[in-house]
Write a protein that binds this ligand. Structure first.
Ligand code: SF4
Length: 368
């Protein structure tokens, strides 16, 4: 270990990770529960610096939520509607292509991030036609669509295997998968925050199958509600172990839970959003648990707010996800969404880092 790779006052777990060793579950729990936040942040920042340098990336991404109709009813969610509600919607293929045109031609998006509710009546052909129609008009845009949770639901609904659904969508032009629906894998938390969604094991297995077919994906973790520190560590280690086998994840995105308009809020199960100190701890611990396995840790400014997102870039983050043009899920939970590449670049420059636009797969497209 080099002299510079230490944090004064750091505990054995911090010294261990700075020496390049992998952290155990109990190390992670100790860091989540007891470690001094500033020492933790300093260690995460050192690891980030070593693995990623000073460049902070983001993608010009357009969020397309094709339906808010959902067969599930997750207490964490402010987005879903039942099909007979007045504000329920499902976009037609024509509407999706029209939005894609705005995304690509007017906003300069290189990626379409397409997710929706678990619609109980849409067949696999709806998804195939959607992708085919977009690719016919815009062959160069990257389609990052359908979380492992959606893929699992579509497979069950249409009585196909997960592999069959993924293979058919890939043939039509699906490029990659978003990482949503992971929430918290541990059943003690999961059973309180989701109803009608796949289990943690099913999510991981669906991601594994996507990777084995050559599809890369993001992975997420929704934190800041009813989880325990152990569940954060368990979640990140499960991601780490799968990535060691498949190398299929592009980035890990810890997502801060947005409270407004959710059942967790309405039932008084969660009364306030998590403090920023907790958010920074989760991001730093994620960086340290994943060190030397998965290099990209994304900071989702939509959920954190732009100012805390800037701080989080000094607690292990090296990526700001994207411009999130037209993001509707967090907007339903009261968050400001959508920015420009110029604004993200300014936020990054303000903290003396180097902005770069990337593609979905973390290839740098241009410096800004
Ligand atoms: S989180 Fe997803 S699966 Fe759950 S209710 Fe909301 S849209 Fe449906």
């Amino acid at each position: 270990m080099q002299k510079s790779d230490t944090v004064a006052g750091g505990t054995p777990a911090l010294e261990k990770v700075l020496a390049g060793e992998e952290l155990s579950y109990s190390d992670g729990v100790q860091l989540m529960s007891e470690e001094n936040l500033f020492l933790l942040g300093a260690a995460a920042d050192k690891v980030r610096q070593k693995l990623c340098g000073d460049v902070v990336t983001f993608v010009a991404s357009y969020y397309l939520n094709y339906t808010n109709v959902c067969a599930a009813r997750c207490p964490l969610c402010a987005f879903y509607r039942k099909s007979d509600q007045s504000d329920a919607y499902t976009l037609s293929t024509e509407q999706i292509v029209a939005r894609s045109k705005i995304a690509v031609e007017q906003l300069g998006a290189t990626e379409l991030h397409i997710v929706g509710g678990f619609h109980p009546k849409l067949g696999l052909d709806y998804y195939e036609k959607m992708i085919q129609a977009i690719k016919a008009e815009f062959p160069k845009v990257t389609i990052k669509a359908f979380t492992p949770a959606e893929i699992f639901f579509i497979a069950r609904l249409t009585k196909n295997s997960v592999k069959e659904v993924l293979s058919r969508l890939k043939v039509t032009g699906l490029d990659s998968l978003p990482g949503g629906g992971a929430e918290i894998f541990h059943p003690d938390t999961r059973k309180q925050i989701v109803i009608g969604k796949c289990s943690g094991e099913e999510w991981l297995d669906t991601a594994r199958q996507a990777h084995e077919l050559g599809l890369k994906s993001n992975c997420t973790m929704l934190f800041g509600h009813v989880e325990k520190p152990e569940h954060i560590v368990d979640h990140v280690i499960k991601i780490r172990e799968l990535h060691k086998k498949t190398k299929g994840f592009t980035t890990f995105v810890p997502l801060k839970f947005s409270l407004e308009n959710t059942e967790l809020e309405q039932k008084g199960l969660v009364t306030a959003e998590s403090p920023s100190t907790y958010d920074l701890r989760v991001i730093a611990v994620s960086r340290l648990l994943l060190a030397n396995v998965l290099n990209n840790i994304s900071v989702y400014w939509v959920a954190l707010g732009k100012k805390v997102a800037q701080v989080a870039l000094s607690y292990g983050g090296n990526d700001m996800v994207g411009t999130a043009f037209s993001e509707e899920i967090f907007r339903a939970a009261g968050k400001e969404t959508g920015t420009s590449t110029q604004e993200l670049a300014s936020l990054i420059r303000e903290i003396k880092r180097v902005p770069a636009e990337r593609d979905t797969f973390f290839n740098h497209i241009r410096s800004l």
